[in-house]
Design a protein around this ligand. Structure first.
Ligand code: THU
Length: 259
């Protein structure tokens, strides 16, 4: 497997990047030890610092899929500072820079295989109770060495897909990604944006609800969704994204950049 092939896959992922403000769409892939790979995109936010780097998105998607055996990360373009900082201490284990846009664990990389399937079809008779139960099961895949606070999230789309996310913590706490944003960026990386429901489970806190950063990203990228919270043995709680973040700054009226 050549480095060029990895970059080609990362460039393919960049096609789904949501980079409205910078006009610099970026993608990445995380290559797994058996050659399977997962995509990630740069997801921008009207709330500036909440931008999700493409490298973070790919690592989080792999972890949420139950895979931590990441042997390389390829970026569509030369690594940006946020990618370099994230990849300097990748939560899944060290990678070193082997090219301006490739970070790898070993000298020899596996032969590239298929993309790992990240979306599953919504089963017949699927209810919010099933959704939060699935989110609770997904939380068990979280990578939470610093908080021991596992969170799982599952998104449902009107096109009939379920996409999972978990929190993935970074030694630089500001680079940690929550379960909700992990699921959101995974769905968008697949080109799935028609999100109708968000199911969240915080295993350690039956009263928890999404953090401010996730509320902002959900308001921007899943404005029509209902957010269902796992409440243990009780029935799940439902809120609209507008209820979770009233009068939010959507960025919709910003002009496109002139450059
Ligand atoms: N966390 C989430 O995954 N979602 C939230 O909405 C709240 C917080 C994660 C982030 C971090 O890994 C841990 O929970 C503690 O903040």
């Amino acid at each position: 497997m050549g480095l060029d092939d990895l970059r080609t896959l990362a460039r393919g992922a960049a096609a789904h990047s949501r980079a409205r403000y910078s006009s610099e769409p970026r993608g990445s892939i995380a290559l797994l030890s058996d050659g399977a790979w997962v995509p990630g995109i740069r997801l921008e936010s009207a709330s500036l610092s909440l931008v999700v780097p493409a490298s973070t998105a790919a690592i989080a998607a792999a972890v949420a899929a139950g895979r931590r055996d990441i042997v390389a990360v390829a970026l569509s373009d030369a690594a940006r500072p946020e990618d370099i900082a994230f990849l300097a201490e990748v939560p899944t284990g060290p990678l070193r820079s082997v090219h301006s846009s490739i970070f790898a664990r070993d000298d020899v990389l596996p032969v590239v295989g298929p993309m790992l399937p990240l979306a599953t079809p919504v089963p017949t008779g699927f209810t919010p109770a099933h959704g939060v139960a699935l989110a609770a099961a997904t939380a068990r895949r979280s990578l939470v060495p610093y908080s021991s606070f596992p969170v799982g999230c599952v998104l449902q789309t009107s096109s009939g897909n379920l996409i999972a996310g978990t929190n993935v913590e970074h030694r630089d706490w500001t680079r940690t990604i929550c379960a909700e944003r992990s699921a959101l960026v995974a769905a968008l990386s697949l080109g799935l944006s028609d999100i109708t429901a968000v199911f969240v489970a915080c295993l350690e806190d039956p009263d928890a609800s999404p953090c401010g950063a996730c509320r902002q990203l959900l308001a921007e990228w899943a404005p029509e969704a209902t957010v269902w919270m796992h409440r243990g043995a009780g029935s799940p709680d439902a809120h609209s994204t507008a209820q979770l973040l009233p009068s939010c700054f959507s960025g919709r009226t910003l002009r496109r950049p002139k450059h």
